[in-house]
Design a protein around this ligand. Structure first.
Ligand code: KMH
Ligand code: ZN
Length: 277
């Protein structure tokens, strides 16, 4: 089995300091959270950014500042900007995170529209998905194919048939938003991607830990962090993203699966180093 890549989704666009005071907003807080995750074993930092008051933004300048601050503290980390942003943002606004320097090695590509709770809908039409895939291919950015249900795997495969994706494909199964987050669902998703693909799994809320353990056993990779879950265990707020990454690393140690360094993660994911870009 490959070594385990741990991704830390340190901030997200939706969670707030009212829910957990450790959720980062400022550039310094975002860099601090990235470092806590990196030091605990995360090789990928999935990045959203905020203005100082917590408002989510895809502003290119703010992304640049946050990426530079993270890079200064975590020189080898694979920084993965979100192109999803927050519900309601335009495609042009969302794509700004891919325009920073150097060009990101890795970024998310959301592969369909989904219900986001209450009246919220996260809109990704087929045209948006194909357009984002094309732009990322032109910029040499490896997409992490964010799939919230099986239909989104099929939309990603449509982009693949159009020649917009390079193999091996890499998926992130985001379970617990639109599709439920059970081990059966995870196995179904893992069996639905093309042979040779790599995948990460994310379980929302309390499902973070069962999904992490199952992904470790199944040979997938794991994402945790404040974007997806605020609690270390029932009733106990996590004090940092690092605490959550450390819990995944402990599970992996118990289950005998070594953790990938950033260099090993780049090899597993078939992405270049920042110097190559
Ligand atoms: N915040 C969600 C609306 C991504 O990062 O690509 C979108 C999201 C997915 O988090
Ligand atoms: Zn995200």
């Amino acid at each position: 089995m490959e070594k385990l890549i741990i991704s830390a989704a340190i901030c997200g666009a939706e969670v707030t300091k009212e829910q957990n005071p450790a959720v980062p907003y400022t550039v310094e807080e975002i860099a601090r959270e990235a470092k806590s995750a990196y030091d605990a074993g995360a090789s990928v930092i999935h990045l959203h950014v905020r203005w100082d008051d917590g408002t989510p933004t895809q502003d290119k300048g703010r992304f640049q500042e946050c990426v530079d601050a993270i890079r200064a503290l975590c020189p080898e980390a694979i920084i993965q900007p979100s192109t999803g942003g927050a519900v309601g943002m335009s495609d042009l606004e969302r794509l700004q995170s891919t325009e920073i320097e150097p060009t990101p090695e890795f970024a998310t590509l959301d592969c369909g529209t989904c219900n986001f709770g209450g009246d919220e809908i996260f809109v990704n039409t087929d045209n948006t998905v194909m357009n984002f895939a094309k732009i990322m291919a032109e910029r040499g950015i490896k997409p992490e194919l964010e799939v919230f249900d099986k239909g989104m795997i099929d939309i990603a495969l449509k982009a693949d048939r159009k020649g917009l994706l390079k193999h091996p494909l890499h998926f992130d199964f985001v379970l617990g938003v639109q599709m439920s987050a059970t081990v059966r669902d995870l196995v179904f998703m893992a069996e639905s991607v093309p042979a040779g693909s790599t995948w990460t799994a994310t379980g929302l809320g309390k499902n973070a830990w069962t999904i992490a353990a199952a992904a470790i056993c199944l040979g997938g990779h794991v994402r945790v962090g404040f974007e997806d879950n605020l609690y270390l265990e029932k009733g106990v707020l996590a004090k940092s993203n690092g605490e959550m990454v450390e819990k995944v690393a402990a599970l992996a140690r118990l289950l005998g699966r070594p953790i990938a360094t950033p260099a090993e993660a780049r090899e597993i994911l078939h992405i270049g180093t920042p110097k190559d870009l």
